[in-house]
Design a protein around this ligand. Structure first.
Ligand code: XMP
Length: 514
């Protein structure tokens, strides 16, 4: 296994994901863990991550024991500074000064880069594009180390002591901007550390199950099942671990997609034989939302009502000691819980519940990225179609009905949305977009149908392509497909007479309309 020590880097989890992608087990810990911990961990290799990107933060200190373990070590950014300093050299690392893609030439015959070529650029042997830390600067090479990669003007980008198998990088192999980063990490963990690639999905499940069992013991656990991928995978995983000790509470807030409730119950109650409590709270939610048109106020109300409904259910289960949530790693970052981050929209699925309920929190997916959660879901036996569904926000249709919400609007939107998704699937476009949905616009426009004047509502279709949901492009769907969707919605949904397509990118628009 690999020990990753983090100095506060925003991309430490990405590094962990790269290691896991090699089917190698790793654990991420803060860099200032004790020397005893480091020695007893039993690592086959250590990766020292970079530091925070916040200029004012003080760097953590890593115990020197890490350099004396006798196992291979890869150090990046702040970790590089620690490595160089330990071996008597001099390096600086300035947080917050940014990164840039530069060209690196491999030098000597380093094991780390041997036979790895930058195919994307076809630049030839030993030339790579790397995403370098502008602030990492090796002023004095430590004794026993050689340069193995240099940039323009002989700037040191990678150094090695091949006999110690200690490597230092002034660039980021974990970022996409370093095209051969994965190959470099693979070389380090698989070849240099000689880790076997036996950390497969089955092993991951077995480990997670054991950890859940150890934490929970014979206690009861409750989980709020939303029907989304994350809570579903968390539920399936916990159910695998503790069976009937888990109760899933499925709160229908009246803002779900067409047939969503039925699908969730079929999947969990019928297929997995899990204990699912179905609470139809749509009247309560819609009453609380009546007349409220501000998006953040709507989110807050939905969050608050959810807590209330859930809490009432939880109170009935006096035995429950744990609250399980499908929090995944990007939620941890986006909610600003993991690091200092600006909250753009208040997502209601992170935090909030535990304090009011007095339950311990069980979040078995907290360290995983979305693609890993999906693979886990398939391995746990959830239907492929469900696991690869587009993300659906916690507040559901509540943020897709602009302004004040009414049941009538939600009903119209559900039908329009289902037609759009049907047609996307039929045309083979569903998997080519990252998220697609309809948005209800509470404005009426004039139309004509069967010779008579109509005066009905408008829906907008939205389909985006994105990697990280931080930025997104609108999808260039074929006109014929858009035409068919529009025709079907107008014909089949009584109350909608006009369909438009949203061609705004993010930024400046967000993916959701609210
Ligand atoms: P935006 O609209 O911020 O959306 O560009 C980015 C991603 O986040 C989802 N989203 C939410 N998810 N609760 C959630 O659980 C929310 O309040 C919320 N708002 C947006 C959105 O669907 C997209 O995938």
């Amino acid at each position: 296994k690999i020990l990753i020590l983090d100095f506060g880097s925003p991309s430490a989890q990405l590094l962990a994901r790269c290691v896991r992608a090699q089917q190698v087990y790793c654990e991420l810990h803060p860099a200032d863990v004790s020397a005893d911990f480091i020695r007893s961990f039993g690592a086959r290799g250590v990766i020292l991550c970079s530091g925070t990107d916040e200029a004012e933060d003080e760097a953590l200190q890593v115990a020197p024991a890490v350099f004396e373990l006798g196992v291979p070590l890869l150090a990046i950014g702040e970790g590089l500074r620690a490595l160089v300093g330990h071996h008597g050299g001099e390096a600086s690392f300035q947080p917050g000064s940014g990164q840039a893609v530069v060209q690196m030439r491999a030098r000597g015959h380093s094991r780390l880069f041997a036979d790895i070529e930058d195919r994307r650029n076809a630049t030839g042997h030993g030339l790579f594009d790397v995403c370098a830390d502008l602030s990492s600067h090796i002023a004095q090479l430590p004794v026993g180390f050689n340069p193995i990669g240099t940039g323009e003007g002989e700037q040191l980008l990678a150094i090695a002591n091949e006999s110690l198998q200690h490597y230092g990088l002034a660039f980021h192999p974990e970022l996409d901007a370093t095209p051969q980063g994965n190959a470099i990490i693979a070389r380090f963990v698989r070849d240099i550390c000689a880790c076997r690639g036996d950390w497969t999905m089955d092993a991951i499940i077995a480990d997670a199950v054991a950890r859940i069992q150890a934490a929970v013991g014979s206690d009861e656990v409750i989980l709020g099942l939303s029907g989304g991928v994350d809570s579903s995978v968390a539920a399936a995983l916990i159910h695998r671990a503790i069976g009937d000790q888990l109760t899933c509470v499925f709160v229908d807030h009246g803002l779900l997609r067409l047939n969503e409730g039925k699908m969730v119950l079929d999947m969990f109650a019928d297929r997995l034989h899990a204990c699912v409590v179905h609470v139809d709270a749509s009247a309560q939610f819609l009453d609380a939302l009546a007349g409220v048109d501000d998006p953040e106020a709507k989110r807050k109300i939905i969050g608050r009502e959810f807590v209330e409904v859930f809490q009432a259910e939880a109170k009935r289960r006096v035995q429950a000691k744990w609250l399980a949530q499908g929090t995944i790693y990007p939620d941890v970052i986006e909610s600003g819980a993991g690091r200092k981050g600006k909250v753009i929209k208040s997502h209601h699925n992170v935090g909030g519940l535990p304090e009011t309920l007095g339950l311990q929190l069980l979040e078995p997916l907290r360290e995983l990225f979305k693609d890993e959660v999906r693979q886990l879901g398939v391995a746990l036996g959830l239907p492929h179609e469900m696991v690869y569904r587009h993300p659906f926000p916690g507040p559901g249709l509540g943020v897709r009905i602009l302004g004040a919400i009414r049941r009538e609007y939600a009903d119209l939107l559900r039908q329009a949305d289902a037609i759009f998704i049907d047609e996307l699937r039929a045309a083979g476009w569903y998997d080519q977009v990252s998220q697609a949905f309809a948005v209800f616009l509470p404005v009426k426009s004039v139309g004509v149908s069967a010779g008579a004047r109509t005066y009905d509502y408008v829906v907008s279709l939205r389909a985006v392509q994105t990697i990280d949901f931080m930025t997104a492009h609108w999808a260039e769907l074929p006109y014929s497909l858009l035409g068919k969707v529009s025709q079907r919605i107008i014909e089949e949904v009584d109350g909608i007479s006009r369909v438009v397509y949203d061609i705004s990118g993010k930024p400046p628009a967000t993916i959701e309309w609210e």
